[in-house]
Design a protein around this ligand. Sequence first.
Ligand SMILES: [Fe+2]
Ligand SMILES: [Fe+2]
Length: 156
Amino acid sequence: MKENYSVARLLENQHRDIDDALKNMVGQGLEVPDCSHALERLRFHIYLEEAFIFPILENRGAGEWTLNLKQDHGEIWRCMESFHENSRERACAGSRKTVSDLHDMLRIHDDKEEELIYPVVDVFIKKYKLASTFIEIDSARLPENWICLFGEARDS
Ligand SMILES: [Fe+2]
Ligand SMILES: [Fe+2]
């Protein structure tokens, strides 16, 4: 493991990367294969957080913010699903609005994580000697058909 490896930096870079991709989607049009790629990265990011990052805090009595963040994930997830529905129906205006909503939602969510969660995660990893987290994250793959905790469609 590299001495200066930082989970916070890795996750913040993923935020920037996904944010740029969504900005392009809103600004330059919606080529569906590109969109799918960006949304796949977002799904993977959410998976890393729910499967590896949040439990680091929850298992040590510092998970007071993670429920709120998981609820955000649920909304984000359903928004991605509705984007896919719109794309299938070729409703481009609807898709653009959905991506724009997703982008807005994500900015607020990312700010919360970067302010409240990520700074603590690296500290905890060091304090509780959780170096294996880096290896787990490095080799993680999004499991097929994985859905975030609150990502199931709601009955209307
Ligand atoms: Fe998140
Ligand atoms: Fe995040």
